[in-house]
Design a binder for this molecule. Structure first.
Ligand code: ADP
Ligand code: MG
Length: 387
């Protein structure tokens, strides 16, 4: 998407010139799924698919938003309006939350603005378009109003937006990856302490291929909140004997030893995933430092299996993508990413096998599911910024 085109679309929308253009990336996650809200580790990276925004200041207190991806009108509200939007205007909540939380801290956000947004990132596809637009709003307000807020705090406000304006009890991974991303690196993040480390994604002859299921209408949000609650209930039972604040503090052996406290089959499976997935993320990043790509691939496959059997968030679309990927030549590993049920998967594939891979997996998917999956080769890029 080019800057001139975006500026032109801004003029067509608002009838005047826009001032600055920003980009905020989506994300993938190499390993560590559903571990962020369990105080475990994740290993995400920002991608070159994302959301662009053209900003123009206003003299009054109105915010006027237009999305080039939504069939609808300009959404307008006052900067001091903190009510949660419903219905057609729901997407404005991602912006409204960020404005609300930043204005709580910075009273110099004293005038409104127009904002034109356009994404080349499919929305609802597990690549975190929601965090991309939250962090877009965050970086715009930070830069335009010269706020001294740091990026990690923007991520925290994005998580709060998701929790309180959208109603999804998600962790901090998505926002952290979008705003803290670094070109050609993934972020090894401890979601308990927010300590992090950039690790170059050195894949040699291999590349990461993103596969979107294109599954329509998933009911992922309520299932997501169920998982959060089930893990919390399991944690409470373990706390009868263990002095821990999060499942992410446990290694596999300690969890096994105390698992008798969790007298509920579902909670046991959810907690087992949270613990084992965190350990896999730690092992995979160690393997990355050792250059052991095959081991990373096996851990990625094991992650999918655990998300299927223990966490039960895959579904036939994601299973078809992962299982078809595992059968192809030159594949190190494949798994679902994001919340699950629909959304996307990733595969690590030998570069010279990539075309054949897409053809074969694409065909298996169409035959089994009845419509096409989409394949994306994204680059790993820096976090949200003015362009
Ligand atoms: P994901 O974050 O995996 O893409 P979510 O369900 O968390 O999926 O977020 C998708 C929602 O974010 C959409 O339903 C919409 O409300 C909002 N959204 C995403 N991209 C855009 C966009 N380009 N324009 C307007 N709203 C968007
Ligand atoms: Mg999201």
């Amino acid at each position: 998407m080019n800057k001139d085109e975006l500026l032109k679309e801004y003029v067509e929308t608002f009838g005047e010139k826009g001032q600055d253009v920003f980009f905020s990336p989506g994300r993938i996650n190499v390993i560590g799924e559903h571990t962020d809200y369990n105080g475990g580790h994740v290993f995400p990276a920002a991608i070159s698919l994302g959301v662009y925004g053209v900003y123009g200041p206003r003299d009054d207190k109105k915010v006027r938003l237009f999305s080039g991806n939504v069939n609808g009108n300009i959404v307008e509200f006052d900067i001091d309006d903190t009510t949660v939007e419903k219905g057609e205007r729901f997407w404005a909540n991602y912006f409204k939350g960020m404005i609300t939380y930043l204005r709580e801290k910075y009273d110099n956000i004293d005038h409104g603005f127009n904002l034109y947004i356009k994404a080349n990132l499919p929305s609802g596809s597990g690549l975190s378009s929601s965090a991309a637009i939250e962090m877009l709003m965050g970086i715009i307000l930070k830069d335009e109003f010269k706020l001294d807020v740091d990026r990690v705090n923007l991520a925290k406000m994005g998580q709060r937006t998701e929790n309180e304006f959208v109603g999804l009890n998600s962790g901090i991974m998505d926002q952290f990856a979008c705003i803290m991303g670094k070109k050609d690196s993934a972020i090894f993040l401890d979601c308990n302490t927010l300590e992090y480390e950039y690790l170059p994604l050195e894949l040699g002859n291999y590349e990461i291929i993103i596969m979107a299921t294109n599954k329509p209408h998933t009911l992922a949000d309520s299932a997501y909140n169920d998982r959060v609650r089930e893990c919390h209930d399991a944690l409470t039972k373990l706390q009868e004997k263990l002095d821990i604040k999060a499942l992410g503090e446990l290694d596999n052996d300690t969890f096994d030893e105390y698992s008798y406290l969790i007298n509920d089959k579902t909670e046991l499976k959810r907690a087992r995933h949270a613990v084992s997935e965190n350990q896999r993320a730690i092992r995979a990043t160690k393997a990355m430092k050792d250059g052991d790509l095959e081991k990373i691939g096996r851990l990625i496959n094991a992650s999918h299996i655990s998300l299927h059997y223990d966490y039960e968030v895959t579904g036939k679309e994601l299973d078809t993508l992962a299982e078809a990927s595992w059968k192809q030549d030159g594949v190190l590993g494949a798994r679902m990413i994001g919340g699950g049920f629909g959304g996307s998967a990733i595969a690590i594939v030998k570069k010279d096998k990539a075309e054949e891979f897409k053809k074969n997996v694409g065909k298996t998917y169409r035959d089994k599911i009845g419509y096409d999956a989409s394949f994306y080769d994204a680059e790993i890029v820096d976090g949200s910024k003015m362009i």
